[in-house]
Design a protein. Sequence first.
Length: 565
Amino acid sequence: MQVNTIEPLARPHAAENEAETSEWRFVIATIAFVLIITTLPYIYAYLSAPADKQFMGIMLDVPDHGQYLSWMRELTYASLSANKLTPEANEPLFFNLLWWGMGRLGRLLGLGFDGMYQIMRVTFTILFLLAVYRLCSWFFADKLMRRTAFLVATFTSGFGWVLVALKYTLTQGVLLNPLDLYVAEGNTFLSILGYPHFVGAALFIFVFDLILHGQVKGQLRYAVAAGFVALFLGWQHAYDLVTVYSIMLTYAILLTLRDRRLPMYMIRSGIIVGLISCSPAIYSVILTKVDPLWKEVLAQFANADVYTPPFYRLPVLLGPAFLLALFTAIKDSPLRLKGLSDNDLFVKGWFFITFVLVYLPVDYQIHLINGWQAPIAILATQGLYKYVLPDVEKAMQQRRLTLSPDALRRGLAVALIAVILPTNLYLWAWRFFDLSRHNYPFYLHKDELAAMAWIEANAKGDDVVLSSLDVGQYIPAYTGAHAFLAHWAQTLDFYGKTDMVNQFFAGDSEDIRREQILKLYNVSYVFYGPAEQTLGNFAPDNAGYLSPVFSNSTVKVYAVRPAAP
C-alpha cells in the first residue's frame, strides 16, 4: 500500500496542499461538536443552581480567572490596571490586550463577565481549530491524514485515566501526581472546556503557517504578517514569544546544518518578526524587574508549585499520541539531516526544541507546553501510516484476514482517536459531578453577590475588603475595591495574609491582633458571610472597631472605624 508521508516543501504541489470545500464542512462540523459538548457543563451549572446560589460562569481554576476578570473590569475604562488582588496601594501599570479588548467589547455589547467569557471561548475555539486544520493541510496532501492529525490535535489527552483507576483501586483514594491529569496546556479539549485563553494563546501556530508559506513563495510580506500576529498575541501572553522565537531559531539552525549555507529567508524573517513583536516581551521584563510590586508577583509564581512533570512522566500527561510522535521522530533518525524536507526539519525541530523549552528554569515553564499538541499530532499521524499501518497489514496477512486498504486506514485512525479520548472523557464527566456540589468556588450565595453590589456602589477604588479567600478572589472583579486575600501570586505575601485572615476570623484571637491587621493594611471593610464563618467563631457584632453598614439574611458588611487618636 502506498502511504503518504510528510511532503517536502520543495515539491511543486506542496504549497498547494490547501483543504477543499468539502473538507471544511468536516472541520466546521467538528468545531460545532466540540463547542456543543463543552457547553453542556455550563448549561448544567446554570440550570441546576439552587435558588439561593449563582453559578459564577467559571468551569475550572477560579483564582486565575478571578484575576482575569479583575483586569477586564479595570481595563474597561482605563488603559492600565492596578493590581486589585492585594491590599497594598499600587499604581496602574499592567496592560493585557485580551482583557482590555474583552472589557471594551463587553461595554459596547452590554454584556457582563459571563457573556463575554462565552464569546471568547467560542471565538478562540473556532480560530484555533481552523488554524490547526490549515496547518495540517500544509503538512499532508492526503485528506485522511489531514483529518487524523486534526482530530488528534483536538482531542488528545494523557494517561490520567490510569491515575483515576488507581485512585479507586490500589492507592486507596489517593490521586497520584494530580497535575498529570489536570494540566490543560497541550490539551486542546480541556482548554476549550475551562481555559479558552490557552487556545487563544496557542494561535501562535499561525505565525509558523505564515512563515512556511512565505518561505516557499520567497515573499517577506508573510514575515511581516507573522510579526504582527506575534505582536498581537504577545500582548496577551508574552511568554509565548519564547516559543515562537525558539522554534524559528531552531528551524534556521537545522536548515543551516542541512544545506551548509545560511538560510537567508529565515534570517530575514526572524529579524522582521522579532523587531515587530518584541515590545510585549520588553514591557513584561521591565514591569517585573523595575516595579517592586510586580517583581514580587513574579517571584510568587512558585507558590502554585506547577511545573513540567519529570521526563519519565510526560507520557502520563501527554498520552498515546505523544508516545507515537516520539517513536516516529526517533525512528526517522533525528540526527540525520541530509535528505530531509523543509517540512521534516520544521516539525521535528518544533517537537524536539519543546523538550528544552518546557524545562527552562523559569516558573512559567508549564505554559510552554501549550501548542505542543500540533507537532505531536502531525508526527503521530505520520507514524501511524508510515510504521503502524505496514505492521498491521503484515499481521493481517499472516492471519489471512482481509480488509480493503481504505477501510484499514480509516480503522487505524478511529483506533488512534479512541485511545487518546479516555482522560478527556473523564475530565468532562467529572465537571458535572464537581458542579453538582453547588459549592465554593464555582458558586456564590446570592446574598454574597448582593453584599458585593453594595460595596461596589459605596466603596472607593482604593478601599480594601477583608474576607475569606473563597469570596476574596471575586471581590476585585465584582466591586472594584482591593481584596485583602485573592490570589496565590497577585496577593503579596500570600501565605502570610492567609494566616492573617485565619487569625482574624478565629474565635480565640485577641482584638488587638485584629486591629493591627486592619490598620497595617488600611482595611476599609470586613466581609462576613458563610465562607468566613467556617474559619472560626469570631463575633464581629461585638467588635467595637467595626460598624455594620450592610446586612441581609446571610451576609454582613462592616466598615472599619478609625482608630482613636
